[in-house]
Design a protein around this ligand. Structure first.
Ligand code: ATP
Ligand code: MG
Ligand code: FE
Length: 336
């Protein structure tokens, strides 16, 4: 079964060809970092225009690299939400056109589910129940997956997403966009203990998160240092910030694991590309007897291989979408 995946929910135009849900034959990603870098974040109007320019070349390249033609495709999987409405529409229209012209099934995929499926891409036989931390630019959700497609939300951020915090702190450090990888790199040269930043655990027993206080603490620290004319060791700030985020994330995942006893713990979303987070979770989970799966970084950040993988499971269930499918900017995970 050969599926084409298409992803345009935010600022990457992506297409991929995946065979049987796990053999990635191509994974093409055109990022728009150059466009949004000077704004320090994604500008929606600019993003959708760039998607329009990129979508056809990106799909063509994905087919070429996979060495398949349109005729070889058994279906098209496409992200239909959540994300930026104008951006989503570009990928959705392209996917619908291909499905209609070739008379093959269309699979509308939830972007957050696709992030989770990045794990199935690399480990198809994952045992249930699964505990998954989705950490991305727009979400920080702790989810219990009782079986394929069944989600229970255990906790979520009450303000900024983890990735958003990385991006905002990178902005005040004037590192560039997207901030996550730049902070991770800078933090390698810093001492995580040098500047202690606050960690928000919120009220006793909750698995919710909060990162806006941490972001403010970093801003205040930099402002005060500048006012007092002190030189700031930016690598120490980056390391201290990252340590605080990772610490809270791992603590809450393990707190949830102790209660729900998952067969395995998963990481998903762009922030899962952070090697410090992955290593720390693996280390501490192993100490408590839990196994951890983390997709390789290229499948953590936005890509279309994860979308095609999610589509494969829908294909197996004969669960296709109508060609009238519309983009849903505010789509959730459909949790209990
Ligand atoms: P969502 O998936 O919630 O709709 P999104 O698709 O914009 O949002 P992703 O592409 O999944 O988000 O992830 C992008 C985020 O991941 C950005 O905030 C980016 O800074 C962060 N990120 C990427 N790499 C790293 C890293 N190495 N360390 C920390 N954060 C990272
Ligand atoms: Mg992105
Ligand atoms: Fe994403």
């Amino acid at each position: 079964v050969i599926l084409l995946g298409v992803e345009t929910s935010c600022d990457e135009t992506a297409a991929a060809v995946v065979e049987n849900g796990h053999l990635v034959r191509s994974n093409t990603i055109a990022s728009q970092f150059d466009l949004h870098g000077k704004f320090g974040g994604v500008v929606p109007e600019v993003a959708s225009r760039r998607h329009l320019e990129s979508i056809n070349p990106v799909i063509r390249q994905a087919l070429e690299e996979a060495d398949v033609s349109f005729r070889d495709l058994d279906g098209v999987a496409v992200t239909y939400g959540p994300g930026l409405a104008g951006s989503l529409l570009v990928g959705l229209m392209a996917a619908k056109t291909i499905a209609y012209a070739l008379d093959i099934p269309l699979f509308g995929i939830n972007h957050l589910e696709a992030h989770i499926y990045a794990n199935f891409l690399v480990a198809p036989d994952l045992p249930f129940p699964l505990l998954c931390l989705i950490v991305s630019g727009g979400h920080t959700d702790l989810v219990l997956i009782t079986r394929l497609g069944e989600y229970r939300l255990l906790g979520r951020t009450r303000d900024d997403a983890a990735g958003e915090a990385f991006d905002k702190v990178a902005r005040v450090l004037e590192l560039g966009y997207p901030g996550g990888p730049l902070i991770e790199k800078l933090a390698r040269e810093g001492d995580p203990e040098a500047v202690p930043f606050p960690r928000a655990y919120l009220e006793e027993g909750t698995l919710d998160f909060s990162f806006s206080g941490l972001k403010t603490a970093v801003i205040n620290y930099l402002d005060r240092a500048r006012r007092e004319g002190r030189k700031v060791a930016e690598a120490d700030v980056a390391a201290g910030f990252q340590e605080a985020v990772v610490g809270v994330l791992v603590d809450k995942v393990l707190a949830a694991a102790r209660v729900h006893r998952p067969a395995r713990i998963l990481l998903a979303g762009g922030v899962a590309a952070n090697r410090v987070l992955a290593r720390e979770l693996e280390r501490r989970a192993a100490a408590e007897g839990f196994g951890v799966t983390v997709p390789p970084p290229v499948f953590c950040t936005d890509n279309a291989a994860m979308v095609a993988c999610a589509g494969y499971y829908r294909y197996l269930h004969g669960d296709s979408s109508p060609l009238t499918l519309n983009a849903l900017a505010g789509l959730g995970l459909g949790c209990e």
